[in-house]
Design a protein around this ligand. Structure first.
Ligand code: NAP
Ligand code: ZN
Ligand code: ZN
Length: 347
């Protein structure tokens, strides 16, 4: 077994603290890589707080993981010791269901193995995430990174990147579309970058007037302060798509009124409480309310390659792991500029 250093929450009321545990030995199809950087996703905070469902504790969060390979199993093709490697939100899936066969492992009908707060495919062994010094992952769930990239700024692509890239690709958002990105945080700022790269006219819908300058620097064409009724009124019936990255309770009916006829409101944010949606908000204008979860492994690699070719990375604030709770506090207040990334050398 591989002795592993980590930061873990022992239960939903206890702050993260140093913890050691054992990872499995590197099997024939496994890649072990030492973790250099791990992004901090709002999902980490939701899960250690049991916002969505009772979690598996001790919990080692982290699913935006980049590092270098230290060991490979005998059947591993495509990775060798010293290579860069990355893992996102999943470490395995059943491989045989209809969705796995369509490269949609995130929607595995038998349950994909989440990188942490999940179970391996034996459906009993808990998974532990990237707030740790090393990880062992089946080769099919390890992504390739190009040498020379800013590794810390690439880490958030593994969740914030793919979660916004995938729906924009699925709905073919691009030239001639008006895209609204709702919430300018980790996911939101990546959605702006992709929306702009795909040729859409991009508006940020934000509760934080102070983020306007940043939004424009990220490439957004317009900025609407959603707490200002005049600005909201002026934005009614204007967007083809809203990509909703909000992590907390919000008024869907108000945002649906900003869509044009046939517009689509795509949920990627996962507030803890279910929302109230009036049928009238959808039927007037034949609007759709949709959702999207991360992305499959093939599409994640495609997104990483697209980012490398187009010089797209995340805007990050690097933190020492002992400051994780300050980072969570700021995240809870919507004050993330625009992704915290843990320098794992501080573990
Ligand atoms: P984040 O960095 O904290 O960003 C969320 C943003 O939402 C905030 O910066 C804020 O932007 C806005 N916001 C917060 N509270 C709000 C409120 N009450 N009303 C309106 N806007 C509000 O979080 P993140 O890491 O981007 O994650 C966002 C959500 O996506 C989380 O729920 C996370 O769990 C979920 N997620 C889903 C997937 C998936 O597969 N679908 C993957 C990853 C994450 P402004 O200051 O601009 O208003
Ligand atoms: Zn995430
Ligand atoms: Zn499956």
């Amino acid at each position: 077994m591989i002795e592993t250093k980590a930061y873990a929450a022992q239960d939903e009321n206890t702050p993260l603290a140093p913890w050691t545990f054992e990872r499995r030995e590197v099997g024939p199809n496994d890649v072990q890589f030492d973790i250099l950087y791990c992004g901090v996703c709002h999902s980490d905070l939701h899960q250690i707080k049991n916002d969505w469902f009772p979690g598996i504790f001790p919990m080692v969060p982290g699913h935006e993981i980049v590092g270098r390979v230290v060991k490979v199993g005998e059947n591993v093709k495509g990775f060798k010791v010293g290579d860069l490697a990355a893992t996102g939100c999943m470490v395995d899936s059943c491989r045989v269901c209809e969705n796995c066969k369509r490269d949609l492992e995130q929607y595995c009908l038998n349950g994909s193995s989440q990188t942490y707060n999940g179970l391996e495919q034996d459906h009993k062994t808990p998974t532990y995430g990237g707030y740790s010094n090393t990880i062992v992952v089946n080769q099919d769930f390890v992504l390739h990174l190009k040498e020379g990239v800013d590794l810390a700024a690439v880490a958030p692509l593994l969740c914030a990147g793919i979660t916004t890239y995938s729906p924009l690709r699925h709905w073919k958002v691009g030239k001639g579309h008006k895209l609204a990105v709702l919430g300018l945080g980790g996911l939101g700022h990546m959605a702006v970058k992709f929306g702009v790269a795909f040729g859409a006219d991009v508006t940020v819908l934000s509760t934080s007037p102070k983020k306007e300058e940043d939004a424009k620097k990220l490439g957004a064409h317009h900025f609407v302060v959603t707490t200002d009724p005049k600005q909201v009124e002026a934005a009614k019936n204007t967007f083809d798509f809203i990509l909703d990255t909000v992590s907390a309770e919000h008024d869907f009916n108000m945002y649906l009124s900003l869509l044009r006829t046939d517009g689509v409101h795509i949920c990627v944010g996962v507030p803890p409480k279910p929302a109230q949606i009036a049928a009238f908000s959808l039927l007037g204008g034949r609007k759709s309310l949709a959702g999207s979860g991360i992305g499959g492994i093939k599409e994640t690699q495609e997104m990483l390659d697209f980012c490398a070719e187009n010089n797209i990375v995340s805007d990050i604030e690097m933190i020492d792991i002992k400051d994780i709770h300050t980072a969570y506090d700021r995240m809870e207040k919507g004050d993330v500029r625009y992704r915290f990334v843990i320098d794992m050398a501080t573990l």
